[in-house]
Design a protein around this ligand. Structure first.
Ligand code: NDP
Length: 327
């Protein structure tokens, strides 16, 4: 292991132009921590917001972004049990993954199945845990219910289609191109609709035989939020998971009363420090992965030094599945 490494460093808030390939000291693991050689890192929309200083946690610059990755354990800090140097693992949480090496707490380390590539393992944690917590923990999805998934061909979207089908839900998938909708159908979406079409509320109502959707995974926000509320069924639950439009949305709370409807937030980060919920999620997800019933959709792959192009790619809505950065 060299004492310096390549990393994407950010010194100020901004877009892809603030990402700098830098030589930084290779970190060493403290007590309870693990040093991992990064083989592949997942690029999430949250990384774009984090770099821009628009995420739910404050960004402290300079920083190395990247919150999920897969790789090989290089060194263990003191007091780490149950992990071994040379082991293939994935990791979730915090920052620092857009680098050749990253240090994480041992409790942030996840197992990797032998059948999974590094890119698949890196594409898994954020999207699948979020999909599970959104549908199962927050919305308490019941088999046979309708769920509408926005940005359904993206990283969270493709994971959500697979988890929704595993939970026995009926899926309406929205995306911005026919190619993206074809991917959604291949993953099991029952109904696919272009999010650009006119009268989307009517189209969703027709597709669900007038019922509306029981659960709606809202990730765009802004002006479309009011439209999402109109798609909800009686006792429908609208999950606020993201705001890719980066615009404010308005809500009229009294309007929820007539249909006994709910609007609820979903954020992965607080769930990560709840051991019981993490255990339940892992127990649900790992057998699905092992059986091949769910399989992370790996999208475009970029070299670490192409991080700015990768950010541009997601911002211009070209990606399907998870964009991967490889050191
Ligand atoms: P995606 O891979 O889904 O990429 C973003 C997608 O959002 C685009 O492909 C596009 O799909 C859609 N989109 C709609 N409006 C815009 C816009 N103005 N600019 C760019 N994209 C837009 O990203 P992720 O899976 O990483 O994240 C999807 C959403 O889920 C984000 O809002 C993210 O913040 C949120 N999220 C939240 C989590 C949580 O814990 N709450 C965890 C993970 C993700 P299309 O072209 O088909 O419309």
């Amino acid at each position: 292991m060299l004492c310096t490494m390549k990393a994407i460093q950010v010194h100020r808030a901004g877009g892809p132009e603030v990402l700098q390939l830098s030589d930084l000291p290779t970190p060493s693991p403290g007590p309870g921590q693990v040093l991992i050689r990064v083989k592949a890192a997942g690029l999430n929309f949250a990384d774009i917001l984090y770099v821009a200083g628009e995420y739910l946690v404050r960004t402290r610059y300079p920083t190395v972004p990247g919150m999920e990755f897969a790789g090989i354990i290089e060194a263990l800090g003191e007091e780490v049990a149950g992990l071994q140097v040379g082991q293939r693992v994935a990791a979730l949480g915090g920052s620092g993954a857009f680098a050749e090496y990253a240090v994480v707490h041992a409790r942030s380390v996840l197992p990797v199945l032998p059948s999974m590539s590094a890119a698949e393992a890196a594409a898994f944690p954020v999207s699948y845990f979020t999909a599970y917590f959104a549908l199962q923990t927050q919305a308490r999805a019941q088999p046979g219910e309708w769920v509408l998934i926005q940005a359904a061909a993206g990283a969270l979207g493709t994971a959500s289609i697979q988890i929704a089908k595993a939970l026995g839900l009926r899926v309406v998938a929205l995306a911005s191109s026919e190619e993206k909708l074809a991917l959604c159908r291949s993953l099991g979406a029952d109904v696919t609709l272009l999010n650009t079409q006119d009268n989307l509320v009517d189209a969703v109502k027709n597709a669900t035989e007038g019922h509306g959707v029981d659960i709606l995974m809202e990730v765009v926000g802004g002006a479309g939020f009011a439209q999402s509320l109109k798609m909800l069924a009686y006792r429908g639950r609208l999950l606020v998971i993201g705001s890719a439009s980066r615009e404010l949305a308005q809500i009229y709370p009294v309007g929820l009363m007539k249909g006994n409807q709910s609007v609820m937030g979903v954020w992965l980060t607080p769930f990560l420090s709840d051991p019981a919920l993490m255990q339940a999620a892992t127990a649900f997800l790992m057998p699905l992965l092992a059986s091949g019933k769910v399989k992370p959709v790996v999208g475009e792959r970029f070299k670490l030094e192409e991080a700015a192009r990768a950010f541009d790619f997601v911002l211009s809505r070209k990606n399907t599945g998870k964009v991967i950065l490889e050191p």
